[in-house]
Design a protein around this ligand. Structure first.
Ligand code: FAD
Length: 374
């Protein structure tokens, strides 16, 4: 069970104070979507029984009238997107086929690309770009109970990295921090995944999520704001758009403009950088790749260069794109990135005489502003 704390719910024409809704895992997606549509705001999603908090989509404090023209439709009609084919009580057991580091020498931390074979399921576990899956790590928690699932954004397209239509890949950062006593702590599931060997069996649930689906319009424009492992969904979009084999298999020939803003602490921490550079050279009119490397680059004020500094730098071009109803914006990464982006967008909008606090809810309602942070 999960508790969803909501602000701005209304009933009988009266706005009510904050409320807490208790929902099961199965209902979570649809209830969160309905709250978003109602204009109420999700403050927090907390597990009642010890599962991790779930990404809270950014919803407007008060619904604003939609003046933004309707967006291009999502890639796959929402109703056709597979959801919860496998649930925590009856997970699919996949087999690890590869697990390798995505980092270069001198990088900070540990980030791995991990692939699972999904063959043999009934139903077959399938998914589309922009969804997540759940992983239930082996072992037990401190109370002796089986671990709860953790969600991970899918980093492969629906065809899988090998185009065989039967694998899923993830991009996982090992969580590590020092607790109050100064002890080094490593995350349970992220460590389980980063250490896992090919051949190992892993319990998988899902897929879940309809917040980050791609538009189906081949001429849509897609602005992507990613930090760290937030690159996972962006990698799937870019493969679908620009990998030759994908274009052939999909019959979907992207012709719009895609612009990736990627934030990382060091060059050695950039993820899938070589692929993105190749797309940039192969599709110079369609793909632009802008990096913010905080510990190596400086912003105009002499401080560290973060992704929001790049948003400020290119504000004019970003807003010119957003004015086009074919443009969608996707943001993914650690939750801490949101305030900085919001601040940059507020300043950039103000410079154009626009109010971001009004514009963002309109974009959200038009399904053109997609956020998944955790
Ligand atoms: C929709 C969604 C998509 C996600 N996609 C990805 C992805 O693509 N890649 C990825 O790597 N992760 C992703 N995550 C995060 C992932 O689900 C896990 O939360 C993450 O891997 C940590 O799990 P863990 O079991 O390793 O950590 P746990 O053992 O569960 O520890 C996490 C807990 O540690 C504590 N903690 C964490 N940091 C600190 C700190 N600095 N100081 C003190 N306490 C702290 C908090 O209590 C936190 O709840 C996603 C999350 C969501 C909701």
């Amino acid at each position: 069970m999960f508790a969803i704390e909501v602000a701005g719910m209304s009933g009988a024409g009266v706005k009510r104070s904050n409320e807490v809704l208790k929902v099961s895992y199965d209902q979570l997606n649809s209830v969160m979507r309905n709250i978003g549509r109602s204009g109420a705001r999700i403050l927090r999603v907390t597990p009642i029984d010890g599962t991790q908090p779930v990404a809270t989509p950014t919803t407007p404090p008060t619904p604003a009238p939609v003046t933004t023209p309707a967006a291009s439709k999502p890639a796959t009609a929402h109703a056709q997107v597979p959801v919860n084919l496998y649930k925590p009580k009856n997970p699919f057991v996949g087999t690890v086929t590869e697990n390798y580091s995505l980092l270069q020498d001198g990088a900070i931390g540990r980030v791995n690309h991990i692939t699972f074979n999904l063959e043999g399921g009934d139903p077959q576990l399938h998914y589309v770009e922009g969804q997540s899956i759940g992983i239930i790590p082996d072992g037990e928690d401190a109370k002796g109970k089986p671990h709860k699932l953790r969600l991970y954004s899918i980093a492969s397209t629906r065809h899988g990295d090998d185009m065989a239509d039967n694998t899923v890949s993830l991009c996982v950062r090992q969580l590590e921090y020092k607790n109050e006593a100064g002890e080094q702590i490593y995350g349970t599931c992220s460590t389980f995944l980063c250490d896992i060997e090919p051949g190992a069996k892993v319990k998988i649930t899902g897929p879940v999520g309809k917040e980050m689906l791609l538009p189906e319009d081949e001429e849509a424009n897609v602005i992507m704001l990613a930090t760290g492992t937030g690159i996972a969904p962006m990698r799937t979009y870019l493969r679908r758009m620009f990998e030759a084999k994908e274009r052939e298999a999909n019959g979907w020939k992207f012709r719009g403009k895609a612009w990736l803003f990627m934030g990382a602490p060091k060059t050695a921490n950039l993820l899938y950088d070589e692929d993105f550079l190749r797309y940039e050279s192969e599709y110079p009119d369609n793909f632009r790749y802008t990096k913010a490397i905080s510990r190596e680059q400086q912003n105009p004020k002499g401080g560290r260069m973060y992704i929001q500094d790049r948003v400020t730098e290119y504000a004019d071009e970003i807003f010119a794109m957003i004015e086009d109803p074919k443009t969608h914006v996707y943001m993914c990464g650690l939750r801490g990135m949101e305030p900085g982006i919001d601040e940059a967008m507020t300043a950039a909008a103000a410079a154009k005489g626009l109010d971001w606090a009004e514009l963002r809810p309109q974009l959200k309602k038009a399904e053109r502003w997609h956020v998944e942070t955790y």
